[in-house]
Design a protein around this ligand. Sequence first.
Ligand code: NI
Length: 136
Amino acid sequence: MKVAVIRIEHFNAAHRLYRKDWSDEKNREVFGLCSNPNYHGHNYYLEVKVSGEVDPETGYVIDLKILKDIIKEEVINKFDHHNLNEDTEEFRNLNPTAENIVMVIYDKIRKRMDKSYDIKIRLSETERNIVEYPCD
Ligand code: NI
């Protein structure tokens, strides 16, 4: 019997959506206010969903303390209160859209988790703008 457990975290980060190979004009046209050269911030809400078999010995799918620590090490410590474009290796050459951020976070968490787990990441950039990876 598989059960999904979900850990919710959040972080604040600044970003700018733009392509270095496009003019400021074209960036503004495509990315709008999110392309503001002086950056802007978001309160990101992150949901990490882990599905797996319940261990009959512990009654856990995963110890949530372990999951919490992995998210903290891989995501929160690196992104919280940082400028994604300027302060992180991950987005130095990758546009920090919610789509790209959610895939980067997935890869980081995935590589720390046992293969037997299914992982799904949901990232809310605003209350109304939410991305999920992988897709159903
Ligand atoms: Ni933005």
